[in-house]
Structures are given as C-alpha cells and as structure tokens.
Design a protein around this ligand. Structure first.
Ligand code: C5P
Length: 223
C-alpha cells in the first residue's frame, strides 16, 4: 500500500466520515479528515472574534492557528494551539460558519500545504491513507489511484446526521446540509465537484458496511 491514497469527496452528510474510517480500519490505512481542519480553523476564528463573513479579516489571520491532525481511523483527533477541539468543532455555530471560512483562498492554500505534507509523510512511512473532503481527488491529491464521490438523498442524509447528533431537528439539519453544499459547490477556489476518474456511489440504499465493502473493493482493484 506504499502509494495507496483513497480520495473520498462528496456532499455534506453523505456518509464520508463513517465510510472512510471503516475503510481505513478494514485495510489498515491511516485516515485524514480535512473537513475537521476547516472546522478547527473556523472554531479558532469564532473564538478569536473574527467576523467569518469578512473574507479579508479571515485571510489576515489564516496562518495563525496551529493545527495537528491525528490519523488513527478509530480515534481521529484535531488539535488547535494545543487544545483538542474534536468535540467543539461539531456545533451548530461551526456548521453555519465553516463553509464561508472555507471559501477564503488563504485558508485553502494554508490547509492544502498541511494536507499534502501529512499525506506525503504517511506515504514516506510506507503506509496508505484514506483522505476525505470536498477537493481531495480534484486538487489535493489528483494522482490518487482510488477516487470516490459519495452522494445520498438529502432526506436520508439529514435523517442519518440527526440520529448521529442524538435526534436534532431533521428539517433544520437538512437545511444546514443543503446550505453548506450550495456554498461548497458554488465557490471559485476548489469547489465540490466529482473529480475526473472518481467512482460515484449514491449511498442512499446501502448500509455503511455495504459502502465500506464497495470502496474496499475499488482499493483492492487498484493494487
Ligand atoms: O466534511 P465536513 O462536513 O466536516 O466539512 C465541513 C466543511 O469544510 C465543508 O462544508 C466545506 O465547507 C469545508 N471543506 C472544504 N474542503 C474540504 C473539506 C471540507 O471546503 N476538503
């Protein structure tokens, strides 16, 4: 698996995280959640009092937060300036602010460098990695031998996410997911797209285990 990068992109709530962690665990690969990095920068901006809708203000401070991403699929962590924010990055406040922050080119450039160095570091150790996000197969690692684009019916995505969140309002969750999709797909820099060569899987009718098996089979075919 010395060069195995599995790039998984897709819409919000399509099951990317669960799928990627399951695939990495099953195949013994590292795991990188790039969405957690954008969330961590957003959490930092909110705590610093930066207006997240002011792109210049966000860009001016984009290089300040120090991020450390854990790559264990069973216990992914994200640390900012020494603080583990794995929990605090999953709030409604961060959900609402993350896509506006992720539009800002200075944020993307900074995280792109970090993402590439993490992937290169894992590969240099002779291991493979599953990377999830919105622009992994298109921008971050276009040479990935396996690219997957996950989608699901919006109602199914909202129902799953709301169950994960302990029964949050399904309609509000669906609105939040769709609002992020619209910003993520519409932005100029590295928008959410199905990358060239990506295999699209609509996860609506499948269980998590079935989707994990489908992605693992693609990886087996690429070796
Ligand atoms: O994957 P997750 O839903 O945690 O990502 C949160 C947000 O981070 C996305 O809605 C998107 O705005 C941004 N993101 C991105 N590029 C990535 C990963 C996430 O713009 N590679």
């Amino acid at each position: 698996s010395a060069t195995l990068v599995i790039a998984v992109d897709g819409t919000s709530g399509s099951g990317k995280s669960s799928t990627c962690r399951g695939v990495a665990d099953r195949l013994g690969l590292a795991y990188l959640d790039t969405g957690a990095q954008f969330r961590a920068v957003t959490w930092w901006m909110l705590r610093a009092g930066v207006d997240v809708h002011d792109a210049d203000a966000v860009a001016a401070r984009a290089h300040e937060p120090r991020l450390v991403s854990g790559t264990d699929p069973l216990a992914p962590t994200i640390v900012v300036d020494g603080e583990d924010v794995s929990g605090p990055i999953r709030t409604d406040e961060v959900n609402a602010a993350v896509s506006p922050v992720a539009v800002v080119p200075a944020v993307r450039t900074r995280l792109l460098e970090l993402q590439r160095s993490i992937i290169a570091g894992v590969l240099a150790e002779g291991r493979g990695i599953v990377v999830e996000g919105r622009d992994i197969g298109s921008v971050v690692w276009p040479d990935a031998p396996v690219k997957v684009y996950l989608t699901a019916d919006p109602a199914a995505r909202a129902a799953r996410r709301s169950a994960e969140e302990g029964g949050s309002d399904v309609a509000a969750t669906e609105q939040s997911l769709l609002a992020r999709d619209a910003i993520d797909s519409g932005r100029t820099t590295a928008p959410l797209v199905r990358a060239d060569g990506a295999v699209e899987i609509d996860t609506t009718p499948y269980t998590l285990e079935q989707v994990v098996s489908q992605v693992a089979a693609l990886a087996a075919g690429a070796r």
